[in-house]
Design a protein around this ligand. Structure first.
Ligand code: XUL
Ligand code: CO
Length: 438
């Protein structure tokens, strides 16, 4: 087998002072943090689509990077070359997982039967490559947004024919996910939403999406898929209004349709900020509802109003993310770099620099989040903030045994109410800086 990334060695941990651009400064796979190896805290995944397929095309210009990997694009030979490139890439970086859409791994044919045959062939090849490695699939998904048939949605389409194609793609993608040992299956509702209510029956569309998800759960369980289904919330783009706006909306939807036992959230940082939330907020809302499943690790740009899918470099954000993850007891899924190089970063080396940056950013975030937790000042503050509820009446409220009359009587006795204690936000922000920067 010819090496594809010829001048790139295996990437090793060299410590924070290294100037070697092809080494980790913080990601030290075997280092123990809070009783667990870094590699167990951080199951990183390669996103097939950005890393092996996307080559820089945007609305204003064509590819800048060469991702042919020595084969003619649009052929099965190219699909296989991508597998070779992907496995060499993951091995060199010590990445143990990949995520894929059906159409990332093969060129889609006109006839779905031929598409499925190609999917069988390529996943046989991927399985072969997996042998003798500990690389597995983190999650699979069906791309139900690129093909023109999905212009009015997949589960939310007006066309019964399109709905059947969506079902067929999910069925196949689930089979492939099981075949490749996938831990999860993702629904990202890219076209599940609307542009205008003038032509949209929202209730009808949401019920149909739920029905499709229900069929997916039934089929998945019937073929031995024991992992989690995930919704990946995003408020907009490509649609103006997307039904899975944010974690709270998606969780409400899942509960309404009885899907909450099989589904969790796959939270993407850039989607959180598009919804007007912090990444951290979305993680907390998922965690307190028992639905923190997996993460699409990337970063948006606060000056741009779209999904820029940048590789994460902001250590403050990754620290806050890892703080939430550690507090939640870890992820059942992993950290998928749903991120792409900037268009002018168009060489093979840039692909490695991007992953080294992302992995180091999360490793440093993990180190700092553990320090914040071990420091204990934030936790102690929050505990004290609510201490007035550590009283007989507080217990009664917490256990649902209090009544409005009783509380009103207490207020009436007090006559006037004291202002509660300060929230001390600025002080606490200083605490974070002390732990982060010493
Ligand atoms: C799009 C996005 C997708 C999903 C998988 O914004 O994040 O790549 O992660 O379909
Ligand atoms: Co994503």
């Amino acid at each position: 087998m010819n090496e594809i990334f010829e001048n790139i060695p295996e990437i090793k941990y060299e410590g924070k002072n290294t100037k070697n651009p092809l080494a980790f400064r913080y990601y030290d796979a075997d280092r123990i943090i809070m009783g667990k190896k870094m590699s167990e805290h951080l199951p990183f995944a390669m996103a097939w689509w950005h890393n092996l397929c996307a080559a820089g095309t945007d609305m204003f210009g064509r590819d800048t990077a060469d991702k042919s990997f020595g084969a003619e694009k649009g052929t099965m030979a190219h699909a296989k070359a991508k597998v070779d490139a992907g496995f060499e890439f993951m091995k060199k970086l010590g990445i143990k997982y990949f995520c894929f859409h059906d159409v990332d791994i093969i060129p889609e044919a006109d006839d779905i039967n031929e598409t499925n045959r190609r999917l069988d062939e390529i996943t046989d090849y991927i399985l072969e490559k997996m042998q003798g490695t500990d690389i597995k699939c983190l999650w699979g998904t069906a791309n139900m947004f690129s093909n023109p048939r999905f212009m009015n949605g997949a589960g939310s389409t007006n066309s019964l024919d399109v709905y059947c194609f969506a079902a067929a793609q999910i069925k196949k993608a689930l089979e492939l996910t099981v075949k490749l040992g996938g831990k999860g299956y993702v629904f990202w509702g890219g076209r599940e939403g609307y542009e205008t209510l003038l032509n949209t029956d929202v209730k009808f569309e949401q019920e149909n999406i739920a029905a499709l998800m229900k069929m997916a759960v039934e089929y998945g369980r019937s073929i031995g898929f024991t992992g989690d289904f995930y919704i990946e919330p995003k408020p907009k783009e490509p649609m103006k209004h997307q039904y899975d706006f944010d974690a709270a909306t998606a969780i409400g939807f899942l509960r309404q349709y009885g899907l909450d036992k099989d589904f969790k959230m796959n939270i993407e940082a850039n989607h959180a900020t598009l919804a007007g939330h912090t990444f951290r907020h979305e993680l907390r809302i998922s965690a307190i509802n028992g639905m923190l499943g997996s993460i699409d690790a990337n970063q948006g740009d606060y000056l741009l109003g779209w999904d820029t899918d940048e590789f994460p470099y902001d250590v403050y954000e990754s620290t806050m993310c890892m703080y939430e993850v550690l507090k939640a007891g870890g992820l059942t899924g992993g950290f998928n770099f749903d991120a792409k190089n900037r268009r002018p970063s168009n060489t093979y080396e840039d692909m490695f620099h991007a992953y080294i940056l992302g992995m180091d950013t999360f490793a440093l975030g993990l180190i700092k989040a553990a320090e914040l937790i071990e420091d204990g000042e934030l936790d102690a503050f929050v505990e004290k903030k609510y201490e007035s509820f550590n009283s007989e009446l507080g217990e009664k409220i917490r256990s649902g045994k209090a009544s409005l009359e009783e509380l009103a009587a207490r207020a009436s006795e007090m006559k006037t109410c004291k202002t509660p204690q300060s929230g001390r936000q600025e002080y606490l922000e200083g605490v974070v800086n002390r732990v982060l920067f010493g």
